[in-house]
Ligand binder design. Structure first.
Ligand code: EPU
Length: 434
């Protein structure tokens, strides 16, 4: 297994480049399977989740070629014929459940493993299944698999309201609805940038979708979709992570550039919170320049669906708050209990506690290096950020979580002045006895 050894106190400088969005790319890949031909997706990050989903797609018989150096991924849906997504792959990554919509949309039937739990809670898929039933599929559960069938090979379409709004369920339902024999409506649909970009690609493929970027999506099914050449968006969560890194680990008064950012994808609450901390922040095209102030102000945040403060940035924000002067709070309204990183951060001398469903963080206390454990992707990166500002050496164990969603993270941060080494270790080795 790999870990990161982070030596703290090395100031960041220069430029950090943002890769293509992981979460958007996964949805675009699922869309690629709907076309009977070769779809090209550009700006795809070389990440573990992309490889996992490539394997899931290959199980259908479709061709998947990934030119990592060029970040170009091709899906040839012409050879797809099998309508299964097996447990062995779905258990590794929840987004594999997009195969439910993709296979129903393309073939009118699907046998997809239920994903199971995740690191910080149950993360149900009830809306995906109820929604698909509302669009006309019959759904059964067999041996841990969802078996879905559309009458006479094609879904008739229907109306479904998502409650709560869900990114994944909106994507899954769209995958099923775009080739239905009739019309559909999704109420309280997600309007996260991932969903909007995915809709735009589907429209380019020939799908008829109204209301893109709003809470109500109206879809008129079409007989077939065509393959396209599409460019993925930059990763908004990586962009936000780098902006936070620049705010806490830059030299006071010196500017760090984060390049390849779509500012609109970050949402106003995140940008306002960044500005509220007192950092210098200027935007020039797709580059955001961050200048660290003498002291950071503590800004409390509350996550919410887009354009709210992203849940995928709250663990990183905790570290920023620990570097601020004063106390502040974080509430996650999307995942009420996504706080597994807090006990690990406490091992690094952070004074943060979970109280009544929110985290209270005391700022201004010097963090110190420790051995800490990654529990999920965003928790892992918060430990790396904490390690960068801590005194001494931090060992972030189990970074396979991190490799799912940050492309060459240690290389990018080291090129900007950080000191992070990737080291193999034996998780089960006994500690040395005295
Ligand atoms: N929900 C249900 N039932 C469902 C589906 C969702 O109750 O059937 C609830 C969830 O429990 C949650 C809320 O709806 O409280 C929103 O969850 P959503 O379905 O939007 O999340 P997701 O689609 O499973 C995606 C991202 C996550 C990100 C969330 C929220 C991908 C592959 N994953 O997950 O990203 O946190 O949206 O924005 O796009 C990450 O990148 O680290 C990550 C976890």
């Amino acid at each position: 297994m790999d870990k990161f050894v982070v030596r703290g106190g090395r100031p960041l400088y220069g430029t950090l480049d943002v890769s293509g969005s992981k979460n958007t790319a996964l949805a675009l890949m699922a869309a690629g399977l709907l076309a009977d031909g070769k779809t090209t997706i550009r700006n795809v990050p070389a990440l573990r989740d992309i490889y996992t989903f490539s394997r899931v797609i290959k199980v259908t018989g479709a061709g998947v070629e990934f030119d990592e150096a060029d970040h170009r991924l091709e899906i040839d849906g012409a050879t797809a014929s099998k309508t299964v997504a097996p447990y062995e792959l779905v258990k590794r990554m929840r987004a594999s459940f997009y195969m439910l919509g993709a296979l129903l949309g393309r073939f009118g039937k699907a046998r997809v493993s239920l994903p199971g739990g995740c690191a910080w809670g149950p993360r149900p898929v009830n809306l995906h299944m109820e929604g698909m039933e509302a669009l006309g599929a019959s759904i059964d559960l067999e041996d841990g698999y969802v078996v879905a069938t559309a009458p006479s090979g094609r879904m008739p379409g229907g109306v479904f309201e998502l409650n709560p709004s869900s990114v994944g369920a909106t994507i899954n339902l769209l995958l099923g609805a775009v080739t239905a024999s009739g019309g559909s409506r999704i109420d309280n649909a997600a309007k996260e940038p991932d969903v909007v970009d995915f809709c735009r690609m589907l429209q380019r493929m020939g799908a008829r979708i109204d209301g893109v970027g709003t809470r109500t999506l109206e879809i008129e099914g079409v007989d077939a979709l065509s393959p396209v050449d599409w460019t993925n968006s930059p990763d908004r969560i990586e962009a936000g992570t780098f902006m936070i890194a620049a705010a806490i680990a830059g030299r006071v008064g010196e500017t760090i550039s984060v390049r390849g950012v779509n500012i609109d994808h970050l949402g106003k609450p995140f940008m306002d919170a960044m500005k509220g901390t007192g950092v210098g922040l200027s935007i020039d095209g797709d580059t955001v320049a961050i200048t660290r102030p003498t002291t950071l102000k503590p800004i409390s945040v509350r996550t919410d669906v887009f354009p709210g403060f992203p849940t995928d940035l709250q663990a990183q924000w905790t570290v920023l708050l620990a570097c601020a002067e004063g106390n502040a709070r974080i509430r996650d309204t999307v995942y009420l209990d996504r706080f597994k990183h807090i006990p690990e951060l406490r091992r690094m001398n952070m004074n943060a506690i979970v109280m009544d469903g929110e985290v209270v963080v005391e700022g201004g206390r010097q963090l110190s290096g420790a051995h800490v454990m990654s529990t999920d992707l965003r928790a892992s990166v918060s430990l790396v950020l904490a390690g960068m500002v801590a005194e001494g050496e931090t060992h972030v164990l189990r970074i396979y979580h991190l490799d799912r969603g940050y492309e060459r993270l240690e290389q990018k941060l080291c090129a900007a002045g950080a000191d992070i080494r990737r080291v193999s270790y034996d998780e089960w080795a006994d500690p040395e006895m005295e």
